[in-house]
Design a protein around this ligand. Structure first.
Ligand code: CP
Length: 306
């Protein structure tokens, strides 16, 4: 059983809870392969998605996940809401709760917003990405995808390349992978290396060639330009030259290494098209798995200890 009715971050989950979510997602993946994909456990429940930042994958898959579980779904549109008339986040959230939301799925540019909402609302709060802090369901679907290809997370060599300083995907993956016993290496320019990252029990490299040696999984990340001040990188062309995942660089990883990216991709910046669309890429599989994983999260939070 999951202890909390909220999913605020991977930091708050135990290894047993992470495994429970992944195992439950396997069951839902089977359901999604059937002709009739809808099941009844959340009939009568309502999920509201409240996204203050753009999203394609997370929002769409949470919407579909809730619908597959028979919940009612409202996608709150921030630009056409009373937020533009100056209504605060707190008043917006209380209004949504007053309308009967059982789940609030929140994405916001500020770290800690899901934690704040969990302190003022009775609804289950699910973090769909908070600033540079965490993106827990992305890490869960990434682990689900790794497990599907590599069986065990324990002992797996995972290399994460990119904007580690500003990436909530990197943080959630580091927390989840180290909790389950993987060996994690991060590779980034020195300017995008967060202070104290070495204390998380991972290796840090500034060279892709060195960092991906012997990797079972190579995950590359988008540069979070919307969160960066100027001056972190000389240019995007220079970044690709030094840190772009190319066919040539991928040869340094294991022969059967898989290539992952949380999306959205910037082709020619962090990844070459030949790699993104190549035989080792599981990028679209990650998207598909997000649906089963988000179904598992919604389902398990409904049964969490009160
Ligand atoms: N990976 C991810 O969070 O994608 P979206 O921004 O499209 O939701």
């Amino acid at each position: 059983m999951i202890k909390s009715k909220h999913l605020l971050g991977i930091k708050e989950l135990s290894p047993e809870e992470i495994n429970l979510i992944l195992d439950t997602a396997s069951g839902f993946k089977d359901v999604l392969g059937r002709d009739i994909k809808k099941v009844p456990p959340l009939r009568g429940k309502t999920m509201v998605s409240l996204f203050f930042e753009p999203s394609t994958r997370t929002r769409t898959s949470f919407t579909l996940a809730a619908k597959r579980l028979s919940a009612d779904v409202v996608n709150f549109s921030v630009p056409t809401s009373s937020v533009v008339k100056g209504e605060t986040l707190k008043d917006t959230a209380l209004t949504i709760q007053a309308l009967g939301a059982d789940y609030v799925v929140i994405r916001h540019s500020s770290a800690g917003v899901p934690h704040f909402l969990s302190s003022i609302l009775n609804s289950s709060i699910i973090n769909a990405g908070d600033g540079t802090n965490e993106h827990p369901t992305q890490a869960l679907l990434d682990l689900f995808t790794m497990r599907a290809h590599k069986k065990n997370i324990k002992g797996l060599n995972v290399a994460i390349i990119g904007d580690i300083a500003h990436s909530r995907v990197a943080k959630s993956n580091i927390y989840a992978l180290t909790k389950l016993g993987a060996n994690v290496s991060v590779i980034c320019p020195p300017t995008l290396e967060p202070v104290g990252i070495g204390k998380l029990g991972i290796k840090v490299f500034n060279s892709v060639e060195q960092g991906i040696k012997n990797a079972d999984v190579v995950m590359t990340l988008r540069l979070q330009l919307e969160r960066q001040n100027k001056g972190f990188l000389p240019s995007l062309e220079e970044y690709f030259k030094l840190y772009g995942l190319t066919t040539e660089r991928l040869k340094m990883a294991k022969d059967d290494a898989i290539v992952m990216h949380p999306g959205p991709m910037n082709r020619g910046v962090e990844i070459e098209s030949e790699v993104a669309d190549g035989p080792r890429s599981v990028i679209l599989e990650q998207v598909t798995n997000g649906l089963a994983v988000r179904m598992a999260v919604l389902y398990l939070l409904a049964g969490a200890k009160k």
